[in-house]
Structure formats: C-alpha cells, structure tokens
Design a protein around this ligand. Structure first.
Ligand SMILES: Nc1nc2c(ncn2[C@@H]2O[C@H](COP(=O)(O)OP(=O)(O)OP(=O)(O)O)[C@@H](O)[C@H]2O)c(=O)[nH]1
Length: 461
C-alpha cells in the first residue's frame, strides 16, 4: 500500500496525545493496584479486590504495557524489550493455565510480603493473559515497525475480547444471570480496550488507523462513527436488559423492542453520514468556487492576470512550442468617452466572448489589464499564430457592435526554448506597439528572439 495519504495533522496530534495519556493512566492505575496487593495497608487494600479491579499479575503486566507504550516513540528498542517481557510474562501464565505446571511464582511471593490474611489471588485470569500476550505482540510489532498485519490482527483480537468482557459485565449489572466462561474484571477490560486503541493511535499513519486519520470525508466518517459503532451494541444490550427487568416484559417483547430501536439507531447513523457527506460536498464546492474566483476576471469571465502569469509560466515550463498574443482594443478611450463607461464594459465583455470562441480548449485567454487581453497557445507555430490572429480580427469585424465597430490590434511572439515569461511578453508587447504604429486592426509577429532570450527577465519593453 502506498503511504501517500493526506492525514489530518490535528487528529494525528490528538491521537499521539491520547496514546500518551493512556500510557500514563495505565502505569498509574497498575502501580496503585500492585502497591495495594503487595502492601498490607488497609485503605489501599480495596484497590486490590479482584471482583472489579485488576489482579496483581495483570497490574504488573499493565506497568510493562503502559511503559512500552510511553517509550515507543523515543526509545523503540526499550519499548520492544518491555513488550517482549510482557509477552513472556503473560505467555508463561497462559502456559501455566494450559499445562497446570508452575512457571511464574508471582502469587507465591506471599512469604516475602507483609502479612495480609486472605490476600486476593495475584494471578491474572486466563482471558487477561491472552489479551496481554497479544498486546505484547502488538507492542513488539509497533516498536520494530514491522509486520503491520500481525499488529492489526492482535489489536483487533484484544478489542474483541475486551468488548465481550465489558458487554458481559453490563449484562451482570443489568441483573441478567450471565456467565461468560472466560471473563476479565471490568477495570482490566476497560483499560485494555483503551490501551489497544492507544497502541493503534500511537502509529496513526499506518495500518487501519490511516483510514481514521485521513484528511478526507472517509476519515471524517470513521472518526465520528467508529467509537459509537463499537460501544452502541453493548450499551443497547445493557439498556434492554435493564428495561426488561424494570418493565417485567418477556424476552420476546424485549427483543422486538430492541429490533425497533436498533432500526432507529441505524437510521440515525445513516442520516448522520448523509449530513456529513452533504457538508463535505458543500465545503468542496465553496473551496472550488473560491479558487475559481481568485483566478477569474470579474468583468469578462476570462482568466485574470494572476492566472495568466501562472498559466504562461507553466506553459513555458512544460512545452517547447508556446506562442503569446497580446491584444489591445483600438481607440478605446474615445469609445468610452463617446458611449460611456457602461458601454465600454459591454464591449470588453463581448471582446472576451469573441476571444474565447476562437480558441481551442488547451489555450488560455486572459484579461491582461484594462482593455488589453492575452492569449497563450501551446503546440503552436508561426502559421497557427497567424491563423488564430486572423480569425480573431475577422471575428471583431463580423460582430455587429451596438454603438460603433470595435477593433483590436495584436502583437504575437513565438517562444524560443527556455525563454522566460517576461522576455516573451516584452517581445509580444513590442509587436503590438508596431501594430498600433502601422495603423491598428492588425496582427504583427515579433522578430525572432535575441540570443540572450534565455537570460533572466529584463522587464517590459
Ligand atoms: N469601460 C472600461 N474602460 C476601461 C476599462 N479598463 C480600461 N479602460 C479604458 O480603456 C482606455 C484605454 O485607453 P488608452 O490606453 O489611452 O488607449 P486607446 O484609447 O485604446 O488607444 P490605442 O490603444 O492607442 O488604440 C482608457 O480610457 C481606460 O479608461 C474597463 O474595465 N472598463
């Protein structure tokens, strides 16, 4: 996959900050739980109660995982090492569960610890061990900047495990007798979910997170809808269990209610997506209109001077055979004086239309200033320039002008290879001057470019 997506830098910054906060949070919570477990200090002991809190084994794993996340940017190899330790710690616990043999003796540290009657078990639960083993792999993959697919697969697996645990906890809260064979405490599950998302957020421009940080309508949708999509099912399940318990409705009735509300939620999500699409389309059009306005002459609708300068420079950069025509309406001052400024404006508009009509799609017609116009032709030679010039003169003649005939004088020049825009303009301008001198209403081709045409621009002739 190419890495050239445009990312929303603010979102990326936000993701990095989020991953730091979660790293610190996890280290802090894990340390408190660990301290509570090893010490016999009574007020602390409530933090070590395994019914809701993390177990000591999980807390130790949490310190490693949080530390690995915090180090991942500055010291990737230290982060790799912590993640490796985490995988070994959680992996050994898994091995113990699987084989029944003792590999790790964290719960057996009792002899060294202060006396605490009925100290809660320190060993993390099976599911927690699975999640931490996977998270260790995520951390190693992030630190080594390798095997993105493994990182993503492990992270998604941990998200699924933690979501299932949170949902199961919700059902228990709602009063439903629900016994998921493998569960982890709600605090551990929530922290692990936050941590997994933080690992993904810590490398925002790679893997699946690229979609979420993209500076595009797709990125904007994903940012807004991913979390609700993840959390809504659990929340709805929990709510329905509560409603069922409160209202005393049957399971079938609760299920129908759930179906109706889910339909409403999906419809609301669709409306939201439609609204976001519509808004982004409107923004795109506004930007386009602003860009067009910035390059268009308000009176004639042709390109303005700014667009002309850019267009000529680009044409000279990209093409060998560029020609420039500069056109100036004849005796326009007296036209204005005789018929008024308004009529003058109308004549300018009409001149713009005539020019536009005589050109090919790739050519550029611009209002150069006042009653002057400019035309840039690409893939052109002297013959084509003469042909276009003659056509323009003929079009001015053919037009039935409302007040009195408007005529135009033209000066044209063919660019020599590597010629700077100013040099070409200067030669076309000199040719235009000759057209005026020699009686107006005509086209004059500039003399060939002087040898120094390639030198930097010298200014207007
Ligand atoms: N109506 C109108 N007139 C304009 C506009 N811009 C420039 N002009 C007029 O165009 C006229 C240009 O006059 P000059 O540069 O003296 O030249 P000219 O009378 O066309 O004579 P030659 O170029 O020598 O044939 C001036 O009277 C300007 O006021 C515009 O946007 N609208």
């Amino acid at each position: 996959m190419s890495n050239d997506i445009r990312v929303n830098t603010e979102v990326v910054r936000g993701f990095i900050v989020y991953s730091r906060i979660v790293g610190w949070l996890l280290v802090a919570v894990s340390l408190i739980v660990l301290l509570a477990w090893v010490s016999a200090v009574a007020p602390l002991q409530m933090f070590a109660l395994p019914a809701t809190s993390m177990r000591a084994g999980a807390a130790l794993a949490g310190v490693l995982a949080g530390g690995a996340l915090l180090l991942s940017h500055r010291w990737p190899w230290s982060s790799f090492l912590l993640s490796l330790l985490l995988t070994l710690l959680a992996g050994c616990e898994l091995l113990e569960f699987a084989s029944g043999a003792k590999v790790i003796c964290l719960p057996d540290l009792g002899g060294l610890l202060p006396h605490w009657p009925n100290r809660p078990p320190g060993k993390m639960l099976e599911l927690t061990a699975v999640a931490f083993t996977l998270l260790g792999l995520v951390g190693m993959a992030v630190a080594s900047r390798q095997v993105i697919w493994l990182r993503e697969a492990c992270a998604l697996a941990v998200i699924a495990i933690t979501m299932a645990s949170i949902a199961a906890f919700g059902l228990v809260l709602a009063g439903t007798a629900f016994n998921l064979p493998l569960r982890m405490p709600i605090v551990t599950a929530s922290l692990l979910l936050l941590l997994t998302l933080a690992w993904m957020a810590s490398v925002p421009s790679t893997g699946l997170t690229r979609i979420v940080v993209a500076d595009s309508p797709g990125g904007a949708f994903a940012r807004r809808l991913i979390l609700p999509a993840l959390l809504l099912p659990s929340l709805l399940t929990f709510l329905f269990e509560m409603v069922q318990a409160w209202l005393g409705v049957s399971e079938a009735q609760a299920l129908s209610l759930a179906a109706v509300v889910t339909g409403g939620v999906v419809a609301a999500a669709i409306l939201w997506v439609a609204y976001l699409l519509d808004r982004s389309e409107r923004q795109r059009r506004t930007v386009l209109a602003l860009r067009t306005d910035a390059n268009t002459d308000g009176l004639t609708g042709l390109a303005n001077r700014r667009a002309f300068d850019a267009g000529l420079a680009q044409a000279l950069r990209e093409n060998e055979d560029v020609a420039l025509l500069i056109l100036d309406l004849d005796h326009f001052k007296s036209f204005n004086d005789d018929f008024g400024h308004q009529a003058g404006d109308d004549a300018l508009r009409e001149a713009g239309r005539l020019l536009h009509a005589e050109l090919r799609p790739g050519d550029l017609a611009a209002r150069y200033g006042g009653e002057e116009f400019a035309v840039v032709l690409v893939r052109s030679d002297a013959e084509r320039v003469a042909q276009v010039g003659r056509r323009i003169l003929a079009a001015f003649h053919a037009r039935q002008w409302p007040n009195r005939p408007v005529r135009v004088s033209i000066g044209a020049a063919l660019a020599v290879s590597g010629e700077a825009p100013a040099g070409l303009i200067s030669r076309a301008d000199a040719a235009l001057y000759r057209s005026k001198q020699e009686g107006r209403d005509r086209l004059t081709m500039a003399a060939d470019a002087p040898a120094e045409a390639k030198a930097p621009p010298l200014g207007h002739a």
